[in-house]
Design a protein around this ligand. Structure first.
Ligand code: ADP
Ligand code: MG
Ligand code: ZN
Length: 608
């Protein structure tokens, strides 16, 4: 083959690779778009359905009361067996529903008392409640607690001894036994035919009374926490006919809820949802300084000034960040301790106990910390980094102020953190979409934070709910509508941005001239010097990403995933004439600090 022909062919190959690459990008963009539209569609369907169905408040009212045949007995068990004064919101409704053999889903925040919703019915019905739970560690605590109350319960997992397994199997198939609660993981159910067989037997002797599924949002692919093993649970309704199913979760949008009900085959299940607005929480978003030292210094100042002697949580993205931030806070004289999954169990439980008892003021943790924790007087929750979804943010920040007293939730936000988080969540089915919704929350300094949350959870909203208990309302911006006149034409700056990306790409012959988000901000700021500052450039790039003019493109190295910014599908169909608009270009009052002129660390997220 001649050299000329060879070189011609390899050029052709490179061209084709380029085109194929573009198509791949378009496909993934279209996929994302499709799932976005499907979600919207479901939301609308849901709204229509709500109009035609009964109001959920009315449903709750009907169930959350005394006067059922078992009501007196239920109250007696609550007091005498559980040593509790009175029911918390929704507990009675859930108990009445399952005792009436209705399927139900309870949405109640962490620490709200979901466990009692299945524990008490087991005692009331003199039978077995099967509890499906994703976390063995949480279950162990519960079982110890139940046993200390004299309630026979157990879990079956890989560590269970043969004797205990045998004892449980006998107990659940004997209708006169005093055994009440059996905890299993979804895998255990899916894998163990023997287990399923014993449960069928339990049902046939009339002993199995209830199936509870904790963290039920894990059933949904739309959720933020989908687990494949939860798919097996769809057999339960068919296999155990007549046994009510009770799903429990702290967060679920109506999409997720519908999906969960479909998956479990309990489409007609009653839904009990606690009030969504946490009126004692103050929400704030703060522009995060570019350098780590400045950031921890600012956090330390805030804690000393506003939360002296008060307990709090700081959430970080990685174990490394946890350790660094805790160390920095200690150097500022704050009693802080890190907490993450890679610590020795004794150290971890030491940190946990120290914080619960008040010896440690601030726990600096990855989001794994908090599942099942029960500390009512947390006065502040600070997010050192961007959470991966609004669901996560609502749940994590919601660990503040469980005692009903005022508490503050502060989110530190900056552009560079988007790319750290995106490279971690990009593999999840709706990971990027969920993250970008979170970015929309953080980047919007002109809408009440509560309005943003309510929109996301599709909750009806009263402006009076906020009472200036968020940064935007405090600054008088809270209720500017989306049709705000303050939007500015940024088309020229957008074109400059795209030109920078193209120039960068062409600068390397082999097409390796990809650009990271942080680098792009740097180059754009240089180019626009004099007319626009760095804060503007960051905002512009965030906007272009959220709108789809730009998009992230992920590349794998051996140890990490790197996010690059490339031209998005919307730019390819952009005619170059229509104005591209952006709201609130001038520095907002809530952002006291100018975005720092540099970002210290590299923008690569090393996977833990
Ligand atoms: P969740 O699963 O919703 O996060 P839990 O079921 O673990 O919450 O309960 C959290 C805490 O609240 C537990 O310590 C529990 O004993 C307590 N609790 C539950 N119900 C009541 C009640 N009716 N009155 C007082 N305390 C309760
Ligand atoms: Mg729980
Ligand atoms: Zn507000």
């Amino acid at each position: 083959m001649s050299d000329v022909l060879l070189s011609k062919l390899s050029t052709e190959l490179a061209d084709l690779d380029g085109e194929i690459g573009q198509i791949d990008q378009q496909i993934s963009q279209l996929r994302r778009k499709k799932s976005e539209l499907t979600q919207k569609r479901q939301a609308i369907e849901r709204k229509i359905e709500l109009k035609t169905n009964e109001d959920s408040d009315v449903v709750t009212d009907r169930w959350d009361r005394d006067g059922f045949p078992w009501s007196d007995e239920a109250t007696k068990i609550l007091k005498e067996q559980f040593h509790l004064e009175k029911f918390r919101p929704l507990q009675r409704a859930a108990i009445n529903a399952v005792m009436s053999k209705e399927d139900a889903v309870v949405i109640l925040s962490t620490g709200g008392g979901k466990s009692l919703c299945y524990q008490l019915p087991a005692l009331l019905a003199n039978g077995l409640a099967l509890v499906v739970s994703p976390l063995i560690s949480l279950v162990e605590d519960q079982i110890l607690q139940l046993r200390s109350l004299g309630i026979d319960s157990s879990s079956l997992n890989a560590n269970t001894s043969k004797e205990e397994a045998k004892r449980v199997e006998d107990a659940i198939t004997n209708k006169d036994s005093k055994f009440r609660l059996l905890y299993v993981t979804p895998e255990k159910l899916a894998k163990s035919k023997k287990m399923m067989n014993k449960l069928e037997k339990s049902l046939s002797v009339g002993f199995l009374k209830l199936i509870a599924i904790d963290e039920v949002h894990c059933c949904s692919q739309w959720g933020h926490d989908f687990r494949t093993d939860y798919s097996f649970l769809n057999v339960l309704k068919r296999q155990f006919k007549g046994v009510p199913i009770l799903g429990l979760t702290a967060t679920a949008t109506s999409n997720v809820l519908d999906d969960v009900k479909d998956m479990l085959g309990i489409q007609a299940a009653l839904t009990f949802r606690a009030g969504f607005n946490r009126s004692n929480l103050k929400y704030k978003v703060v522009q995060k300084p570019g350098s780590e030292d400045e950031c921890t210094e600012e956090i330390a100042k805030t804690i000393k000034r506003d939360f002296a002697g008060q307990t709090g949580i700081i959430y970080c993205l990685s174990r490394n960040d946890c350790e660094k931030v805790a160390k920095a806070l200690k150097s500022h004289g704050i009693k802080a301790k890190h907490y993450h999954a890679y610590m020795e169990p004794v150290d971890r439980s030491g940190a946990h106990q120290g914080w619960i008892s008040g010896k440690i003021q601030v726990i600096v943790a990855t989001v794994a910390f908090g599942m099942g924790i029960d500390k009512p007087n947390v006065r502040f929750v600070i997010h050192h980094s961007l959470p991966k979804s609004i669901e996560n943010y609502y749940q994590e920040s919601g660990r503040a102020g469980r005692d009903g007293q005022p508490a503050t939730c502060i989110l530190y936000y900056r552009l560079a953190d988007i790319f750290k988080q995106s490279s971690m969540v990009q593999q999840e089915r709706t990971g990027i979409q969920n993250l970008y919704n979170m970015v929309r929350y953080a980047a919007d300094s002109s809408t009440c934070r509560r309005v943003k949350l309510a929109e996301h959870f599709e909750e009806a909203w009263e402006p009076s709910w906020c009472q200036k208990q968020c940064d935007t309302c405090e600054n008088g911006n809270g209720f500017v509508g989306t049709s705000s006149k303050e939007s500015t034409d940024v088309s020229e700056a957008a074109k400059t941005t795209v030109r920078i990306i193209e120039e960068h790409l062409n600068s390397a012959k082999d097409g390796s001239g990809r650009i990271t988000g942080n680098k792009l901000v740097e180059l754009l700021t240089k180019k626009l010097k004099g007319s626009r500052n760095r804060e503007f450039c960051e905002k512009l790039i965030v906007n272009l990403l959220l709108e789809g003019y730009l998009q992230e493109d992920f590349h794998y190295t051996v140890y990490s995933v790197i996010s690059y910014v490339v031209i998005g599908s919307k730019w390819r169909v952009y005619n170059g004439k229509d104005a591209i608009k952006m709201r609130h270009v001038e520095e907002s009052k809530s952002r006291k600090r100018k975005a720092s002129s540099s970002v210290e660390e590299e923008d690569v997220m090393v996977l833990d």
